[in-house]
Design a protein around this ligand. Sequence first.
Ligand code: ZN
Length: 213
Amino acid sequence: MTDARPTPTTVWNEMRRGNARFVAGEPRHPRQDVERRHELESAQKPRAVLFGCSDSRLAAEIIFDKGLGDLFVVRNAGQVVSDSAIASIEYAVAVLDVSLIIVLAHDQCGAVRAAIDSTALDAPELPPHIWRLIAKIVPAVKRVLRTDPDATPESVDAEAVGAEHLRGTVDELLASSRLIADAVAEGRLAIVGANYRLGEGTAVPQVSVGIDA
Ligand SMILES: [Zn+2]
């Protein structure tokens, strides 16, 4: 099995091709039949980790035109790094030997919007669990606000905050997980941070580590 281990570039190209089919409205819906289900019964060998926002419009296998057993998917609102997210990703890297992590953000993210709104002086209090998640996006809001002294929570560019949060998320994965950082340093693993455009359906790479995406 290890002989056939795909490189991060091979896997990223597969993901790009699948996304292109979805964008063009020509998906193949591969590996979604009974035969594939039976083939996978005793073991999985996913090609990539997808760590993305929970937004219902980011359905992972659909937008990359993949099938059963292809993607190891970890999602939460705003694709916020957490212990459970890191542990899940580490499992995919260390045990399942996945060679690519795609961190997937998107346009008009509600979690990013909530983080921006939370920085307004008159912001209403959020329920505690939601606040703890949103609070992880607030540093990206503040970094973007600092770049423009005239910007306010009302006027700040939400897409710029989303892009900053995406960069921060990739950095935090590397800083928080020795296992992930070592795998990248050894060339066994790459990370692509991409932004999904809701209207076009394209996953546009914005940050990459260990690969030219
Ligand atoms: Zn979102």
